[in-house]
Design a protein around this ligand. Sequence first.
Ligand code: SF4
Length: 481
Amino acid sequence: MTVPAWRDLVLDPAILRESDSDDSRLIVWRPAGGDNGGAREWERIGNVARGEIAVSDGLGSTAATTIRAREAGGGLIGRLLGRLGAGKARRTYELPGGGTVEQVGERTSDGLIVWLEDPSETLDEDRIRTRWPDARRCQRLGPRLFLVEGVSTPRSSSASGPPPEPDDASPRKLGEAALTAARAKGDRPAEATALTDLGIIVLSEGDPRTAVSLLEPALAIARELGEVDREADIMGNLGMAMMYLQQPDRALQLFEHELAHARSRENVLAEKVAMEHMGLVSAMRRNPRGALEWFAQALELARSVGDKQQEANLLWLQAINLAELDRRDDAIARGQEAIALFTRLGKPQAGWYGAYLQKYRMGLFDNEPMPAVTGVARGPESFLGGSLTAGVVAAQAPAPTNPKGTTGPGLLRMALTATKSMAQFAGSGFKTTPPELRQRRLQVCSTCEHHTGLRCKICGCFTSAKSRLLQESCPIGKWPG
Ligand code: SF4
């Protein structure tokens, strides 16, 4: 499907078109309510760059995000409300008609921009409600243009997404099949996707050199196609492979690009992942203070989008780096926060994280070897996004100098890296998902804009594996645990 001629779509008089809008983007501002404590509010609405276009029954649609913002200088109460609601990561924008606004609240990403194909007709809300009866909101933007919120991202009939994966499909087999199919069809974007996914699978199996040999050609294809979003995703994963190879300087360059790109796209979901990567590379460069700062920023964004799994992981990563700085009390407090959150999420990790934290608190040793970074991935837990982080963290651990075994920060690292091995034991708390529920999860992922066909770009998990584990959940709440 082709992108509509955004400039030709007429807007209602109150709607302002952002000057950055071009033929690939539509970004508009809508007055969003009256004075709130003296400050006028606006809503910034934009289509997702390179989002899929679906056309059905004369209606076109593509994914959209919205941000609410409040005019600066709206009186004392308005300024106070703005500060209270804004938090540190809020951005300011120039309004197309002049003036500055500051983001309030969180970005929504479950919207669609919907337009009527026929320029001689007018679109009304009834037609939208007939098509999307469960929509949370329908907001007119022009005679042929609406924002619709609370719906899934569209797929065109020609791009209806992969069918739900068969029960016995391993990520490796699916990745290899996708690569063979893409090459047979000469489909370069699909080939880049398959190479990337396979590279990450191989990295999860502990083979960074082969991973690099898959990710680098994927990057070359993305550049050849001029697909900058894809390029940034590959660079982030290539950076993780470089971390496995103990090349933090190269990893840092790749992560910096990943972060800059996420920010230029105002993509909070990608930005929080890139910030976690920056924290990991800071830790590898023996800069625990820098790592703490990056993890704190990532934590703020993870909380802002409700990604509890990443929040818990980041709290534990903070605990490790606080322990590195010998801030024992802070490390214990942060570790307890992580465990409390894992417990609330029903994650079995809570049990053994608690045991390792107790050893750390009591100054004890653990004489088990640190779980290996390399090795064959044996279960679904090996293909969760966190398993790559665990591999990197394990690789950062210096060999224990005390003959009694691992102590101090190493104990907290062991808890993270133990997840892979613990999951292989019956009774460790990992439960499998009933088949019907698993299929429903896979169906949701198959229509999600963050799904590559095999992998969730937000949490880094391979959904054929993630969907099997009952306690897992979608990082942005599209399917519950
Ligand atoms: S888990 Fe699935 S539905 Fe949720 S964000 Fe990832 S791909 Fe999308």
